[in-house]
Design a protein around this ligand. Sequence first.
Ligand code: NAD
Ligand code: UDP
Length: 336
Amino acid sequence: MKILVTGGAGYIGSHTCVQLIDKGWQPVILDSLVNSKVSVLDRIESITGHRPPFIKGDVRDADLLSKLLSEHSVEAVIHFAGLKAVGESVAQPLRYYDNNVHGSVVLMQAMQKCAVKTLVFSSSATVYGHAFAPPWNEQVPTAPANPYGRSKLMVDQIMGDMAAADAACSMTSLRYFNPVGAHASGLMGEDPQGTPNNLMPYLAQVAVGRLEALQIYGTDYDTPDGTGVRDYIHVTDLAQGHIAALAYAHGQPGHHVFNLGSGQGHSVMDMLKAFGKACGRELPYTLSPRRPGDVAAYWANPQHARNTLGWHAEKSIDDMCQDTWRWQSSNPNGYL
Ligand code: NAD
Ligand code: UDP
């Protein structure tokens, strides 16, 4: 199967391309490189022995998309391309709606024109309302709290409308919880530009000496150790979830929504300790006030994906930290 992977040079997309190739499917990558580097292709090639076709371009370029879909005889699309920084989305909402929502509409229009019926989309647990007690299943009411989350929900809803309008359309929204970790080879991992906003890349940069100390945002939450609790999922488990979703959804019309999470919550303190174990020293940290907008605790109920896709996350937080450390220590400055 030939699969267009938008955003395939990014963190989750690159790990998914490796597994698509392992499965014998053929990814074609479209990426603007707004948040990634082309050298990731060398790493994909080193790991798999195959260099997927790469097109540098924007998902909002309708002519390019139609050309790509037809010239490569694409049968399905996995759509990772998007901007993902919550704080930035608050400051620049139009940029986020244009990239994430308009980009997805242009993609679906091109798919319609070229009769490509299967779409798998990177949605997010940020679409859920935060007032609900975890674990969260797919029926938790949606109430995103920022433009980034709203952009994801809008695309989910458009996909639902598309599936309702065309009985042959297969639209799958995958709601990721907290993707972390790296390829076990140490050749691929997360490479954020600037100072990381997220816990795991921040810890990795403290461990490698690029940052001084972790700031723990909030120690007075109603959680076992007072720090925030999240559902961390290893990026290769997440990539495997895409393979399972595509295998299920291709030729299965409708709008399918799946949580992809481990089903377990871990605190900031748990992650700090696990990373210290992985890198062989206790990492420095300071106690800081809560970060505005954060909630105490949430994690997934991933039962629907387990029952329907036969998929579940297998890797532990120790695996996540060891693999992140292998990647970060052998690539201290990320991709070149
Ligand atoms: P990433 O930034 O590493 O990857 C996204 C890729 O899309 C980048 O390579 C970027 O250059 C590309 N891109 C962005 N806009 C584009 C455009 N208009 N045209 C073409 N390419 C474009 O991010 P990631 O962590 O791999 O996330 C992938 C997807 O998963 C995103 O849509 C993100 O919102 C979603 N997601 C991520 C997380 C997370 O915590 N990492 C959680 C939930 C959902
Ligand atoms: N966090 C922290 N210090 C940091 C970054 C994050 O204490 O430098 C905490 C954050 O408050 C939350 C958890 O780590 O409880 C996960 O945050 P992240 O930004 O990685 O993901 P989120 O779930 O907020 O999208």
